[in-house]
Design a protein around this ligand. Structure first.
Ligand SMILES: [Zn+2]
Length: 54
């Protein structure tokens, strides 16, 4: 399964890991505007990378 990992460069922590089956790019950007908006509003740099997990 493929996942997307949302990582905050400023807080140096993983904000969430999302299965790309259920979270497409639109859903991820929606999450950045809602669930993780605190980081975005603070000007934190969010890094999204894909990784695979069996
Ligand atoms: Zn942050």
């Amino acid at each position: 399964m493929e996942f997307k990992e949302v990582y905050c460069m400023n807080c140096k922590k993983v904000l969430g890991r999302y299965n790309i089956k259920f979270y497409d790019d639109d859903k991820i950007s929606e999450l950045l505007k809602t669930t993780h908006s605190l980081h975005v509003k603070s000007g934190h740099q969010i890094n999204i990378k894909k990784f695979e997990k069996s």
